[in-house]
Structures are given as C-alpha cells and as structure tokens.
Design a binder for this molecule. Structure first.
Ligand code: NAI
Length: 713
C-alpha cells in the first residue's frame, strides 16, 4: 500500500485513489453504497479522470465499509434524483468503451444495481463470502440496469432466470464457478472490509492491462441457446404470489434476451421496469420493505443500554410454547422449557421433534443439526429452573388468574435483571405486571402461531415497562428473525383488535345474505391468504366466544350485534379442532366444506334480527371488511397504540395474511384516497349505524388535506 495515494473526493459519495498505475474508485455512500445521483455522478467523473490520466493503466471500483454496493437508492425511486443523468446505463457505456480494463472488486454484497454495475465492468474479482444477486423482484421490479440482458450472457439463461425470477443470490465462490466472476479471494474467515479483494483486483487489473488492450464485454457475449419453455414458466407464476407481475416481467425479459439484439433487449427491460416502478404492486412492496425496517425503531429508545439475553426460559409447552422455543434455539439461544406435568412436557418435546423431522424431510436440516438444536432445550418440571434465565416468556393458558399467579411466582424466583414476558393475545399486560414487584421488567411478547414460522412479533409495552426492556426486546426479536412491532396495551393490541370489526362485518354480511364461502372467496380473491371465516375456524372460535362473553356487559345495547358466531359455538362447534365451525371438516382434513346446517342457522339469525336477506356483491364484502380494518387502524393510531400507520401494515402483512402487494390496510387506504375512504365510511354509517362512526383522526386528516396517515400535516 506504500504506493497508494490519498483518496480525493469526486462527489460527496465517491473517492478517487491512485495505487501506483491503477485508479481505485471508492464508493462511499453508507450504509450500502447505494447508487444515488451523487454516487453515479462520482463514478462517472472517476472513470473520465482515470481514462484521461496517462499514468493510469487500469481502473478498480470498490466499496468502503462492509459492502461493495447494495444497489439503487430505492428511496429515490419516482423522484427527479432517480432519473438524473448520468444513469447507470451511461456509466456502463463509459466502462464498456474504456480502453483501460475496469475491474469490480466485490466484498460484502453486490446486489441489484450493484451487480449491474459490476456486470458493466470488464472483470469481476470477488471475496469468497460475498453475495451477488439481482433481488429486485422482491420489491416488485425487474432489474432496470441491464441485469436481465447481461447476466444470462455470462451464466446462461436458466441460471440467470432462477437468480432473477426468485431473487436468489450466489456466493463469491459460487460466482466464480458459474462464470459470473473471474477471480476469488482464498480466505476462509469472514471478510470484514475491501482490503484483500481490492489488493487482488489491483493485481488482476494490472495483469489484464499488460496482456491486452481489448477487454471482454459482457454485452458482446452470445446468449447460449436454452430449452426453457417460457410460456410454461409464465403460466407457473402463482397469481397469489406477492410479486406476480414482477415475476412475469422477469420471465419476459429473459425471453427477450434470447430473442432480441442486446440493445433492444435493454430497451425491453427498461420498459418493463418503468411500468412496474410506477405500478401499485411495486409501490406497495417497497412500502412494506421500508416499513419493516422502520418498525423496530422507537423514539424514546435511543441510547438505552441493552440487557444481555443469553438464556431464555419458556413456560408452557403447548402450541405457542413449542413454537417460541424453536424460534430461539433455531437462532442458537438455549431455552429452558418448563411445564407443570410430565405428560404435557413429553407432548411438547415430541411435537418439537416432529416439526424438525418435517423440515428435515424437505432437505432443509440435517439430523446432526436437529440434534444440535434439540440439545439446546433443557426440559424441566421445576419452576426454580427459571431462576437463571435472562428472559422468561410465559405461554400458559389464557386465563388472568393463572397468569397473575405465575407472575407472582416469577417475581420471587427470577434473577433481578430478568425480563418477564407474557405471550397473552388479549389480556391486560398492566394487570399482569401489577402482580409483580417489578412491573418495569414486565412486557408482552405476542408471538403468532406457528411461532417458529410466523415473522410477526407484537412487543407490548405496558404502562411501567422500562425503556431498556423495550429496546432489548426489539433487538432480541431481530436476532431470532422476527419482525417486531411495538404496540400499546388495549383489548387485542393491534392485530387482534382490528379483527373484531373485521369479523363483525363478516357476521353482518352473512345475516344480510352472503354465504360463508362467498365472504371467504371475495376476500381471498382480493388477496387475503385466507378468508375471515376459514381463519376463525383455524384459530378456534371458542377463544373469541370467551372474549365476547367476558366483554358482554360493556357492549352498548343500541348497537347491532350478530349472534351467528355465538350460535355456532353453542352447538359445540369451535372450528377445525371440533371438525366443524363455519364449515365442516372431514376427520383429519383441514379443507372447509360448506355446511347446509350453518346456512340454516344464518337464515334463522337473520329472521330473528328482522333482516330481509338479499344478494350481496363481492365488492360490498371486500369494501366493508377492508374499511372496518382501516377505520379501527385509524383509532389505534390516534390512541398511540401503534407508533405509525406503517407498523399496522407490517402487523397485517406478517401476522394476518394481508397481501403484501397491497401494502397493508393503511397503505391500501392511502391508495384508495383517504377522502374517498372517509366518504364511504360516512355512507356506511348512514346505512348501517353507529358502528361506522369515522375515526376522528381520519376526519382530521381529510379536512387538513392529508393524503397519508404518517406524515403529520
Ligand atoms: P395451550 O393450551 O396449547 O398450551 C398451554 C400450556 O401451558 C399447556 O401445555 C399447559 O400444560 C401449560 N401450563 C398451564 N399452566 C402451567 C403452569 N402453571 N406451568 C407450566 N405450564 C403450564 O395454549 P397455547 O395456544 O399455546 O396458548 C398459550 C398462550 O399463548 C395463551 O396466553 C394464548 O392466548 C397465547 N397465544 C396463543 C396463540 C394461538 O394461536 N394458540 C397465538 C398467540 C398467543
């Protein structure tokens, strides 16, 4: 490095450094060296300088910090900065026209535009553990910088299609094997910075310059013929997938690569990108992408000292306890699993093993890995086994008396720094906390079933919960691969609370004339993973029945109430677990079968309520169920139960099967137009009564001319 000069700035985010006769362009735009307008301008200036500089024989492009380049600056999409010149394609043209070799030195990641930048270089030198890929499809896009035309020219159409349609990256080592990279570092350990790969790239570049003045252009490669049946690949894209339009566009771009000259292929790709980037699917997926990253932040949590979580204890080895235990041991965190009786503990451990066996049968785990994970679990019947846990998660029956008793005992047994969490889905965390002498250490961690699979974690902040406890749990959640959302205490928190009006409307629509299968079909056609009534059958109708009975005395007498759900429960039908609910189920089957008995029951309820049944349209079903979610979401936001509207979207997308390509209920409301949403809610109030009183926040936002929930106008 003695011959390395100081780096000089070519733009706020790109530096230029001479390493003897090689110019190194350093991307320096934290956190991921995104290709925003200033970075593109800097690279462009650097290329020009290096080409003109007589003392330079070759050019290396590298990234400062942990990565080469994470791609386009997606915050700039649909803004003037995104279309400012030079574009990535201008830079690629410059590189391809350069008489001096241009080498990408890739460590960390080269994703999206980052890989497209590298594909425009003559050569790619990679760190063995770098990740290279084109994941644009995950945010509803095709690669827009020539990726769909250049990648197949290097690695073949089939491999490129797999990488692009599914957004799957390859490692540095893999990249060399498939012809995507020209040289790889040898290292065995984790690469921390660009040092090693840049040294290799500089040497590589110098040799290339000495060898020849003609350097290979990816664009000039032939596309090898392929046997892919593109029509079949198009037809196989599930209409239900979150990014169906983008996936189809990826297939079409690869097809174009096999049929069109390079420049026409680029134009085809660009046209697909422009369509998608302005479309609702990609806007929604980008919204959720940012919403997930925003959700773990909370304003008063900055600077908190996090507590150490090295050992977790889970109380109760039922449905939830088992899933929660697996989520922790999967992340390498040991768990003490405590039950009150041997049979339940054995059942829980057997279920864990069965779940792992299913994963292993799909080839996703080896038996050694399973044993390693199970060995991290210490099953116990002793309450005292909780004493050394840093975090205890209670997942016993949903009964306040039982939970209060448990927390009183936890208070006595657990060490002073322990966090005491409850997985309650609806009970008051403050009341639970009050049964201890340390309510500041008590928090709700509301996992979703199956807890080892579902991404969402509602982190329920009680009145007294310590800021360090909240900050620790939000960080811990990410360690176990969850998407945490901070919520306040209220009946049902965010997700389940919104289900109440959603199910209410579903019940009313049944009485007014829809069948269970029509309600469910209309909402799955809209994009919900499951209809509300199938979901009620899956979750177990008895739980909500108990809640309704608990809250019956607080229900205003003047408001309409559908007794359909109660009447089904009174028949002993609680859903799948009793082989009957809104639907019936053949023994051992999870397939809902329409049941004439329920149709009669619904007709009886309607008659008793004096409702004349009519034909209900699918549009009305979707509108009423969605507006019910949105209006309740607005109440939740106004009460501060959720920090931001986008958090509510994260809850619904990750916990309730809301289609990500619609962005979540609150974002969906914004796409409908908040003024139109309010007008429809008012119309429903006039037609159906006070259940539909618009949330005051919505009224205020609309009268202030706001178009979004989160911007505080
Ligand atoms: P479950 O009935 O499957 O399991 C509860 C387990 O706790 C049983 O194995 C029982 O033996 C054990 N248990 C009871 N008292 C105990 C004690 N004193 N010490 C140790 N173990 C004890 O219940 P599930 O479904 O797992 O629910 C647990 C909690 O999670 C409840 O608060 C529930 O509301 C909540 N929850 C449930 C969800 C679900 O989908 N099932 C979703 C989210 C939260």
């Amino acid at each position: 490095m003695s011959q390395a000069s100081e780096s000089v700035r070519l733009s706020p985010t790109v530096g230029y450094q001479r390493q003897a006769d090689i110019a190194v362009l350093w991307l320096d735009n934290p956190p991921v060296n995104g290709l925003g307008d200033s970075t593109r301008a800097g690279i462009h200036a650097g290329l020009k300088l290096a080409v003109e500089d007589q003392g330079v024989v070759g050019i290396v492009i590298a990234g400062t910090g942990k990565v080469f380049c994470g791609g386009a600056d997606i915050r700039q999409f649909n803004t003037p900065a995104a279309t400012a010149r030079p574009q990535l394609r201008d830079i690629q043209q410059w590189m391809e026209a350069s008489p001096k070799p241009v080498v990408a030195a890739i460590h960390g990641v080269a994703l999206g535009g980052g890989l497209e930048l590298a594909l425009g270089c003559h050569y790619r030198v990679v760190a063995h553990d770098a990740r290279l890929g084109l994941p644009e499809v995950n945010i509803g896009l095709v690669p827009g910088g020539g990726g769909t035309q250049r990648l197949p020219r290097l690695v073949g159409v089939e491999r490129a299609l797999d990488m692009i349609q599914h957004g799957t990256p390859v490692t540095g080592k893999g990249a060399v094997q498939i012809g995507l990279a020209d040289a790889v570092t040898e290292g065995a350990g984790a690469t921390r910075d660009a040092g090693e790969v840049v040294a290799l790239a500089v040497e590589f570049c110098r040799r290339a310059a000495a060898r020849s003045s003609a350097h290979p252009l990816v664009a000039a490669h032939e596309v090898q013929g392929s046997s892919i049946d593109f029509e079949a690949r198009l037809a196989a894209v599930s209409r239900k997938s979150r990014n169906a339009s983008a996936q189809r566009a990826c297939v079409l771009c690869l097809k174009a690569a096999t049929q069109l000259p390079f420049s026409e292929g680029l134009a085809f790709e660009r046209a697909r990108f422009d369509e998608l980037v302005a479309g609702a699917e990609s806007q929604s997926l980008r919204h959720i992408f940012f919403a997930e990253r925003e959700a773990p932040k909370f304003s008063d949590g900055k600077g908190q000292t996090l507590r150490t979580i090295d050992r977790v204890a889970v109380l109760g080895a039922g449905t939830m306890g088992v899933g929660i235990t697996m989520a922790f041991v999967n992340a390498g965190i040991p768990v003490t699993l405590v039950e009150r009786e041997q049979a339940a503990l054995d059942r829980g451990m057997a279920l864990i093993r069965r779940n792992y066996d299913v994963t292993a049968s799909k080839g996703k785990l080896t038996s050694a890995q399973i044993e390693e994970r199970i060995a991290r679990i210490a099953p116990s019947l002793e309450f005292d086994a909780l004493a050394d846990a840093d975090l205890v998660i209670e997942a016993v029956f949903e009964d306040m008396a039982v939970k209060r008793d448990i927390f009183e005992r936890l208070d006595k047994v657990c060490k002073p720094s322990a966090i005491l969490a409850t997985n309650t889905s609806r009970l008051d965390v403050d009341v639970i906390a009050a049964s201890t002498r340390r309510p500041g250490d008590v928090i709700g961690l509301h996992f979703f079933s199956p807890a080892n699979v579902m991404k969402l974690l509602e982190v329920v902040r009680g009145k007294a919960t310590g800021l360090d406890v909240i900050a620790t749990c939000l960080t811990m959640a990410q360690r176990i691969q969850k998407v945490p959302v901070l919520v306040g205490v209220c009946e049902g928190f965010v997700g389940n609370r919104m289900l109440t009006p959603y199910w209410r409307e579903a019940g009313f629509l049944l009485e007014e004339g829809a069948s269970p299968q029509q309600v469910d079909r209309a909402l799955t056609e809209f994009g919900m993973a499951m209809g509300p009534l199938t979901m009620a059958d899956l979750a177990g109708m008895d739980i909500n029945w108990a809640t309704r009975k608990r809250l019956a005395s607080t229900r205003p007498a003047h408001l309409r109430y559908s007794s359909v759900a109660d009447r089904i429960c009174e028949m002993g039908r609680f859903g799948q677990k009793t082989s009957g609910g809104y639907y019936r189920y053949e023994p051992g089957s999870r397939t809902p079968v329409p049941d004439p008995l329920i149709d009669d029951l619904i007709a009886d309820c309607a008659r008793e309520a004096g409702i004349t049944r009519r034909a209900v349209s699918d549009e009305e079903i979707v509108e009423r169920c969605m507006l019910a979610l949105i209006n309740e979401g607005a109440h939740i936001l106004e009460e501060g139960i959720a920090q931001r509207a986008s958090d509510i979207d994260v809850v619904y997308v990750h916990g309730y099967g809301f289609p990500a390509w619609r962005g979540g209920p609150m974002f969906y409301a914004e796409t409908l137009g908040l003024d139109k949403v309010l007008a429809r809610i008012r119309a429903l109030r006039d037609a159906h009564g006070a259940h539909w009183e618009p949330a005051p926040l919505l009224e205020r936002l609309v009268s202030g001319g706001a178009r979004t929930f989160d911007r505080k106008d």
